[in-house]
Design a protein around this ligand. Structure first.
Ligand code: NAI
Length: 289
């Protein structure tokens, strides 16, 4: 098929999984003029993904961030049929963070898409190599790791595995930078990439500081906001990320590097067991109305 002629190429994009991240990725691709097919696992999940994308696009229009929400939405199709990805130039996987499910999906996608298609994963912790070797095209598999909320945060971590070709990385960089207007950084295929490998031990240190009685949650957060110009303190940030997610990322870092600084402290473990997951459950280090 003809080249899209758009800056950054890849006019036809597929997104598998239309949850929090997948719907955001679909939205930014459609806003960048791409034709987007989103594949979900069931009809109710597809409906929810479509509604999530529509709500976010309309809200962006209301805030004056885009002119023609109907045109953006017309570029997005949500389906439960994986075969609808057959003509895509790039497929970005954003399903649940479960290695077996992702490996199986990559093996399926490899058979469905054309030979030039790039297969990317938005995974936060699963080695890209495990997904690459599930396919017959490991040179065209890489991580393209977006940040939440996708329409707002500018960063994308590009994660080539040992087997990813330079051409795949270059095409992906052109797509995210010239196509989507994001800023890419290059990371090795190691747990945490750059941002989480630095951020998570910082948050864990704050939790240990609070747990030991060294300072209160409020004082720790005020310290970093007022003394280091952070937009929010580490404990408020943990509440935003979700304490379950924070713990899961810490565990994957600990599993990879076996360094004590990555080990989830007991307070974090107990809070997750108690269901105190932060903003999403109304209570974490702080209480939310
Ligand atoms: P989510 O739970 O909101 O969305 C996952 C979606 O995938 C659900 O809608 C589910 O129905 C769908 N799904 C599950 N299996 C499927 C399959 N086989 N085929 C099609 N759809 C399927 O999860 P979220 O937060 O969007 O995370 C998705 C991925 O993005 C994970 O790999 C996660 O590690 C990564 N990530 C998450 C970030 C976050 O802040 N939540 C940040 C960066 C990456």
């Amino acid at each position: 098929m003809a080249d899209s002629g758009q800056a950054g190429g890849m006019g036809r994009v597929g997104v598998v999984g239309g949850g929090l991240m997948g719907s955001g990725i679909a939205e930014v691709c459609a806003r960048a003029g791409r034709d987007v097919v989103v594949v979900e696992s069931s009809a109710p999940a597809a409906d929810a993904a479509g509604a999530r994308i529509e709500k976010s696009v309309r809200r962006a229009a209301e805030r004056g961030k885009l002119d023609d929400p109907d045109a953006v939405l017309a570029r997005v199709r949500v389906t439960t049929d994986l075969d609808a990805l057959a003509d895509r130039e790039l497929v970005i996987e954003a399903i649940i963070e479960a290695e077996d499910a992702k490996v199986e999906l990559f093996a399926q996608l490899d058979k469905i898409v054309g030979p030039d298609t790039i297969l990317a994963s938005n995974t936060s912790s699963i080695p890209i190599m495990k997904l690459a070797v599930a396919t017959q095209r490991p040179q065209q598999v890489l991580g393209i790791h977006f940040f939440n909320p996708v329409p707002v945060l500018k960063l994308v971590e590009l994660v080539p595995s040992l087997m990813t070709s330079e051409e795949t990385t270059a095409r992906s960089r052109a797509f995210v930078e010239q196509g989507l207007g994001k800023q890419a950084i290059l990371c090795q295929d190691r747990a945490g990439f750059v941002v989480n490998a630095l951020l998570i031990p910082f948050i864990l240190s704050a939790i240990r500081m609070m747990e030991s009685g060294f300072a209160t949650a409020e004082d720790i957060d005020h310290g970093l906001v007022l003394g280091a110009a952070h937009p929010q303190g580490p404990l408020a940030l943990a509440d935003l990320i979700g304490l379950d997610t924070t713990k899961a990322v810490a565990e994957s870092l600990y599993e990879e590097f076996k360094e004590p600084l990555y080990a989830p402290p007991p307070l974090l473990q107990r809070m997750v067991s108690a269901g105190l997951l932060g903003r999403k459950t109304g209570r974490g280090f702080y209480t939310y109305a």
